[in-house]
Design a protein around this ligand. Structure first.
Ligand code: GTP
Ligand code: MN
Ligand code: MN
Length: 389
């Protein structure tokens, strides 16, 4: 094996922010397995291990073709012994025993169900698991004390488990735009997160809002949420500053990209008629016969109703920080993490969703566009659709 003489060998850079990672790739049979081990490590408060598996998976996502043998992995970065063992077993036997037993384990399944509740992080889920709780139903049955956020999470659990489609995201974009322009004409709204990266479904819809006149954006969030409330479009909302710490009550906390933007975690009430209007395909008529007969108290089942609950994140940024906020809220989470690691370890800079600080020159670097931030960092510009690390 001589990588330079082999025309099929490619040079794989070791930071995810140095690579292009498309949404659709050739190795999901391996990456899904590695991501289960990553998720499980996160549930067990082992951040180092969790990131190692996630980095390994991400390298495979960037490969131009399907991995067929261990030979195909030579010269690739970020593949530790453990990841290689797992990959080898899957290539040889079709599956990995460790992955399958993790997938089947009571702890993994319970942690997945419990952290799947809006407002429940790894710490809370772990405490509940040790108290014998396994599912949202258990919380209801045992009358577990819940905060307001978690109550909403349990109440709309079924809806919030269902992926949000791009069409639903577009309908919500129109609503948010209407709300924002009603309270602050001239404001700009941008779809962020997975949908900006080209995903067809997501677990929520993320928006970044700003105004070209610096200062105009101050106090904007309560005006937006009040407008939405008056229209009966909000099932839940909580506006906070610097809320990343609370949500990330798991191992990612220490290195998380906390920010101090005004931010709203919300649950929208989305009318299904609005969605079937928007979708060009013949709207699948809701089959009323599939509606559940009985609703348990404290739960909403949307099959029977004309609307569904959708998680929406709103963030307001001053115009001068908009480029940094845009970069920070586009994701993926691993891509963001790798950008910050690259900035710190390779460039002696510190990147957040607000700013880029150069420790050598002792100054903040200004940017109007994402492209400028990549340039400061000495990185090739990676478009959002190729940040699916
Ligand atoms: P799905 O929603 O699951 O489809 O994927 P997603 O990539 O949109 O994930 P998510 O909505 O959780 O986050 C979107 C982006 O916002 C990611 O890059 C996160 O790292 C980032 N993000 C989420 N919360 C915060 C926060 O409080 N502060 C900052 N700076 N970034 C955040
Ligand atoms: Mn999202
Ligand atoms: Mn989000």
């Amino acid at each position: 094996p001589k990588p330079n003489g082999d025309p099929t060998a490619m040079l794989m850079k070791s930071y995810a922010c140095q690579r292009r990672t498309p949404l659709k790739h050739h190795n999901s049979f391996l990456t899904e397995a590695l991501e289960i081990l990553s998720q499980n490590a996160e549930y067990n408060d082992n951040e180092g291990r969790s990131v190692a598996f996630r980095r390994a998976a991400s390298v495979l996502k960037a490969l131009p073709r399907r991995v067929r043998s261990m030979q195909d992995l030579r010269c690739l970065p970020c593949l530790g012994d453990h990841s290689q063992r797992v990959i080898k077993e899957i290539l040889e036997d079709g599956s990995s025993r460790e992955v399958e037993s993790t997938r089947q384990s009571e702890q993994y399944q319970a942690m997945k169900a419990l952290t799947g509740i809006f407002g429940v992080g790894v710490r809370t889920a772990d405490r509940w698991f040790r108290e014998g709780l396994r599912s949202p139903d258990d919380l209801i049955r045992r009358g577990q004390q819940l905060n307001r956020e978690q109550q909403a999470g349990v109440q709309y659990y079924d809806d919030l488990q269902k992926p949000v489609t791009k069409v639903e995201a577009d309908v919500i974009s129109d609503i948010v735009e209407k709300a924002v322009h009603a309270v602050l004409p001239g404001a700009e709204i941008q779809l962020m997160g997975g949908f900006r990266r080209g995903k067809e479904v997501g677990h929520d819809v993320d928006f970044l809002i700003t105004h070209p006149e610096e200062g105009k954006e101050e106090g904007l969030m309560p005006k937006i949420t009040n407008w939405l409330k008056e229209q009966g479009l909000l099932l839940y909302q909580k506006t906070t500053r610097n809320s990343y710490l609370e949500k990330m009550d798991g191992p990612a906390r220490a290195s998380s990209n906390m920010d101090r933007f005004e931010r709203c975690f919300s649950i929208f009430k989305l009318q299904k008629s609005a969605v079937s209007c928007k979708s060009s395909s013949t709207a699948s008529a809701e089959d009323v016969s599939t509606a559940r007969e009985s609703e348990r108290p404290g739960e909403h089942h949307s099959e029977a109703s004309g609307w569904r609950a959708v998680r929406v994140d709103l963030v307001v940024s001053p115009y001068s920080q908009f480029a940094f906020a845009t970069l920070g809220w586009t994701g993926s989470k691993l891509f963001e993490r790798e950008l910050r690691r690259w900035a710190g370890q390779e460039k002696h800079m510190s990147l957040s969703s607000h700013a880029l600080y150069d420790s050598k020159q002792n100054l903040y670097l200004r940017a109007k566009k994402e492209e400028e931030i990549f340039a400061y960092l000495g990185l090739e510009f990676i478009p959002p659709s190729e940040r699916n690390a």
